[in-house]
Each structure stands twice: as C-alpha cells, then as structure tokens.
Ligand binder design. Structure first.
Ligand code: NAD
Length: 246
C-alpha cells in the first residue's frame, strides 16, 4: 500500500498491534511518528523499522496528558508540515468483575482508552481541518460491541470509542476527514498473553475461524482504512475477529 508523502501518527506503537501498523505504514513509505509511554521499547521498535522505505520518528508521550499531546502536534507540524493519518491504538486493560472493580481501575482504563483517543483526535482534527483532508482510525474492540465478563471498564471505554468515532465522522465529513474504527477480537499480543488459560480457551471457543488473530491481521485492515483506497468509507466499525462478533 502506498503511503509516500504521508505523515502518520500511531499511538501505542512500541509493540503489539501498534508496532505492526507502524511497520506497514513505513513499508508504504510514510513518515511515521511512533508514540508510546515505554521509552526503551519504543526505541527498539523504531530501530526494527530502519530498513523500511519510510522515515520513523519517536515521541515519548502519555496520551492522557493534554499539554503533552498539544506539544506533540506542534512538534510534528514543525517537522513535517502536515498530519495525514492518526491511528489511536494505545490502550490498556485492568480486568476484574464489576462488583470488585476499583474506581482506580475504572478511571485508568477510561482515561487511556477513551480520553486519550479524544485528546489525540481533537488536536489532529485542528490540523486536518485546515488541510481539508485526513484519516483517523480508532482501535476499538469486540468487547465494546458484545460485552465481556470481567471487562466492564474496558468494554465501556471501547463502546465509547465507537460512539466517538461516529460523531467525529459526522462532524468532520465536510472537511474530507474520514474517521473509522477497527474492532479486533482475540489477538496474540502481550495484552492477551497474560490471560489465564481458562480465559484463552473460552475466547477461542467463540471464534468461528478457530484461531487467534495476528497483529498483521489487524494492521492490514487499519492501513486499508487509512489509505486513499478507503476515501468513501467513514463512520464504520470493522471487526477483525475471525467472525467472533458477527
Ligand atoms: P499492548 O499492551 O501490546 O500494546 C499497547 C501499547 O500501548 C503499549 O506499547 C503501551 O505502552 C502503550 N500505551 C498504553 N498506555 C499508554 C498511554 N497512556 N500513552 C501512550 N501509550 C500507551 O496491546 P495490544 O494488544 O497491541 O493492543 C493495542 C490496541 O488494540 C489497544 O487499544 C487494545 O485495547 C486493542 N485491542 C487488542 C486486542 C487483543 O486481543 N490484543 C483485542 C481488541 C482490542
């Protein structure tokens, strides 16, 4: 896929799905701004993309910190003069049954997954509106579509991302900015590797295609929605889940 001449920002790019998205964009020739909290992992991730035709920059950032987010966009604009693509991928889980869920765990998940997506999108849109073009892809989850026991905070945050995506799509359509969501199912990353075997077996039993997804399964869908080929698609939620949430 051709991303030559495009500047793309990917949050949570140090590993997992975010790194796979950054790799695909860089392979397509994009200038990729890789954003994450984890400094060393971020440097290693960027180094792993050194052989791609794209240009890679790193930025250590907590997506919940509005001042830092504003500074990021100022610096990206100074460096590249444009922001064409934003991928809101940074996300966390703090699983637990509702009756035992602490308010801290609720707040932490809502802050990163929903508020972080709001802040990044707000500052990206200010630039994209002036450009009269842009592509935003938010990473939701099948948990936000179906619910999932033990994930009241996470599924609420991801359902919030879906509603947010549709509103941004409607508000920004007149400026030629498309905003879509991808809802991954059960993907093999650090996030799911820590789950107990019983939870993994239960998740697998719900997948018609009978396997976990890979980070590349998700990255392929995200990069399609970020590409010129998806110019007439906005406000959609594309599940990449082996049929889990159909
Ligand atoms: P991961 O934990 O491997 O990677 C998430 C990355 O986000 C990490 O590098 C982490 O440091 C970064 N991050 C976390 N909080 C941050 C913050 N406040 N600011 C900046 N960066 C931050 O997870 P993953 O499995 O690659 O998940 C990526 C996205 O996909 C998340 O939004 C997740 O909710 C979503 N998702 C994952 C699955 C799955 O099965 N793995 C399923 C559905 C949705």
């Amino acid at each position: 896929m051709n991303f030559q001449g495009k500047t793309a920002i990917v949050t949570g790019a140090a590993r997992g799905i975010g790194l796979a998205i950054a790799r695909r964009l860089a392979e397509g020739g994009a200038t990729v701004i890789m954003v994450d909290l984890l400094e060393q992992a971020l440097q290693e991730a960027a180094a792993s993309l050194a052989q791609t035709p794209g240009t890679v920059h790193t930025f250590m950032l907590n997506v919940t910190d509005e001042q830092a987010v504003e500074k990021l966009f100022d610096q990206v604009l100074a460096k590249t003069g444009q922001v064409d693509i934003l991928i809101n991928n940074a996300g966390i889980t703090r699983d637990g049954l509702l009756v035992a869920m602490s308010t801290d765990d609720w707040d932490a998940v809502l802050n990163v997954n929903l508020k972080g997506t709001f802040l990044m999108t707000k500052y990206a849109c200010r630039i994209m509106m002036r450009q009269r073009s842009g592509r935003i892809v938010n990473i939701a989850s099948v948990s936000g579509l179906m619910g999932n026991p033990g994930q009241a905070n996470y599924s609420a945050s991801k359902a919030g991302v879906v509603g947010f995506t549709k509103t941004v799509a409607r508000e920004m359509a007149g400026r030629n900015i498309c905003c879509n969501a991808v809802a991954p199912g059960f993907i093999d990353t650090e996030m799911t590797r820590v789950l107990p075997d019983k939870a993994k077996e239960r998740a697998l039993s719900l997948i018609p295609l009978g396997r976990m997804g890979t980070v590349d399964d998700v990255a392929a869908a995200v990069c399609f929605l970020a590409s010129d080929q998806a110019a007439y698609i906005t406000g959609q939620v594309l599940a990449v889940d082996g049929g889990m949430a159909m």
